[in-house]
Design a binder for this molecule. Sequence first.
Ligand SMILES: [Zn+2]
Ligand SMILES: [Zn+2]
Length: 258
Amino acid sequence: MILDLVDTHAHLHFPEFAGDLEAVLERARAAGVRCMVTIGTDVESSRAAVALAGREPDVWAAVGIHPHAAGLADEARLAEIERLAAAPRVVAIGETGLDFFRLLSPRDAQERAFRAQLALARRLRKPVLVHCRDAHEETLAILAEVPVGEAGGIMHCFSGDTAIARRCLDLGLLISLAGPVTYPKARALPEVAKVVPADRLVVETDCPFLPPQPYRGKRNEPAYLAVTAARVAELRAEPLEELASRMSENARTLLRLR
Ligand SMILES: [Zn+2]
Ligand SMILES: [Zn+2]
């Protein structure tokens, strides 16, 4: 059985993959990953994401400034993100959002950069890829104030409970599940995997981070997406092949991966 998978959130242009990217992409293709979106986290990394998407026919790019780098999100850098967003294979703005867990940038800088990128995504009519860690109330409040609009967006590496998931859906976002849904200690995520409507669900690796259960402690890569998809299918008691295709269709429609 060859699956049809889309990795909606990867960082393939990160240095972790510099030594063996071709092999990583080959394993992804062999595992049924037909499209991968490589996500920028600051200006430099967004530029690298665009360059990689220009070289590989099944890799697309997103450009943005991660909350960790939000302290550096001045006007010039945001203008550079806007310029990069005009490149042909850029399908979304992000990742952007709030991360009050590691708090590597001050809260006000994170909120400013998030608002600015939400406004940019709206202006460009592109979906937005939202990162949210230990900041659900604040993130949802900003999304209520600056809605994603018709282009929509994805709550990436979803880490909330079913109530938060419903609020994200109401705000026009898809829910993306990553490796943590496979962890034996996951409490809320298996419930979330069950309740999100099939047309609002996608999966991702967030590689090189957060590998699914059998690969914990190792570098994550897109080929492992099948493990996460299989766990989600098991939780939903749905056939894997069908669910994978459905989630890939959701991703292709939102991100216009054609
Ligand atoms: Zn993230
Ligand atoms: Zn990420």
